[in-house]
Write a protein of this length. Structure first.
Length: 370
């Protein structure tokens, strides 16, 4: 990874801070006073320090792979007692203690991470059960990329012919796929469009200069000229779109996930039985049974799947008419009268009881120092 120009980063960062606060508000993402939070790609720590103010009784850690940024963050925020900074890459998360943080965030850094699946696997690993993940990052159609494409299309810089952008922009579909693959309880990605008025063109120039987008692929002496061309392209964009007023108009993705709370450990066979017992049947939209979380209350389980009287003496099977008939339900009464005589398969109740009988012994974890 190329070093970031820490001295110029702060000037343009307030643009992203504005969008971040709006996204948190729009998603109704609330922090608890005692949260333990990890902010990935914290940069100079400016927004991370704002997060620390939201959780005065908690703890905030800021991670960034760039030594210059971490040094600046430590210098700027040395007096914030519940805030620390460490030089780490987000890809290192899998090596951290499991179930450690209640919140993990990534503000405008996700696009710089090279392996999103690995990062999210680490996020899931290090989140406490029920912990939350929040990320905001530019889409592939963000303002910076559109200006870059405009400058490249001008053919004024042959150095860009073979240039490969160093940012990696996951799509909303990618985000949903990662969530399902890694086992988040819920995970959603939302496309947002926001704009903020800039005080002057110098603010945008500092924003462009604060991103090491071309470093390592384009000669250093050429980069300032390309950056200036992007600033000029931005001015033209504002003339066409906002009558010359300087609006930073951007497209971004907000990515929110929740780790599932703890459940009783089940073997693969037990999980398969439980999944089958929960599957919707026929034209009904509710699961065959709503199992209690503890899986230990047989009486409660029996009351949930109590069959219609017509079928009380029969095994309960997979047929759409037989599996979901509940007592004292007019719709169920009508369906029961119309139900053909069928031979059902083994019942959901017997399957669930197999899970209950095989429930593993819970062994308490030793407490360090005891």
């Amino acid at each position: 990874m190329q070093p970031w120009p820490a001295d110029q980063y702060k000037i343009g960062a307030y643009i992203q801070h504005h969008f971040s606060e709006h996204a948190l508000s729009a998603q109704r993402f609330q922090f608890r006073n005692n949260d333990i939070l990890l902010d990935l790609g914290c940069g100079d720590g400016g927004f991370t320090a704002n997060l620390a103010k939201k959780i005065p009784d908690g703890r905030v850690e800021g991670w960034d792979p760039d030594a210059n940024m971490i040094a600046l963050a430590k210098k700027l925020h040395a007096t914030t007692s519940n805030l620390i900074f460490e030089q780490h890459a987000a890809e290192d998360l899998e090596g951290v203690e499991a179930d450690l943080y209640s919140v993990v965030t990534a503000f405008w850094s996700f696009q710089w991470m090279t392996d999103h699946e690995k990062v999210l696997r680490g996020v899931h690993h290090t989140l406490k059960p029920g912990g939350r993940f929040f990320a905001i990052f530019p889409s592939s159609q963000c303002l910076h990329m559109r200006l870059y494409e405009t400058v490249k299309a001008s053919k004024k810089f042959p150095e860009l012919n073979d240039f490969l952008p160093t940012a990696h922009f996951p799509t909303m579909e990618d985000c949903q796929r990662y969530g399902k693959l890694l086992g988040f309880k819920s995970l959603q990605a939302v496309l947002m469009h926001q704009k903020v008025k800039l005080p002057d063109i110098d603010t945008f120039k500092k924003f462009i200069q604060g991103i090491p987008f071309f470093v390592g692929q384009v000669p250093d002496k050429i980069i300032p000229r390309i950056n200036d061309a992007m600033v000029s392209a931005f001015e033209e964009f504002c003339k066409e779109s906002f009558n010359g007023e300087l609006f930073f108009s951007d497209e971004m993705i907000v990515f929110v996930g929740i780790k599932a709370p703890n459940i009783i450990a089940l073997s693969p066979d037990q999980r398969e039985l439980l999944i089958k017992a929960q599957e919707p049947r026929g034209d009904l939209t509710t699961p065959r049974s709503q199992l209690p979380e503890t899986l230990g209350d047989h009486a409660h389980f029996d009351s949930i799947i109590k069959p219609h009287d017509k079928f009380a003496d029969r095994p309960r099977g997979d047929d759409a008419h037989l599996s979901q008939q509940t007592a004292n339900n007019p719709v169920a009464d009508q369906r029961a009268e119309q139900a053909p005589e069928l031979t059902p398969s083994p019942s959901a109740k017997l399957q669930a009881q197999a899970v209950l009988s095989a429930k593993p012994e819970i062994v308490p974890k030793p407490i360090p120092g005891k």
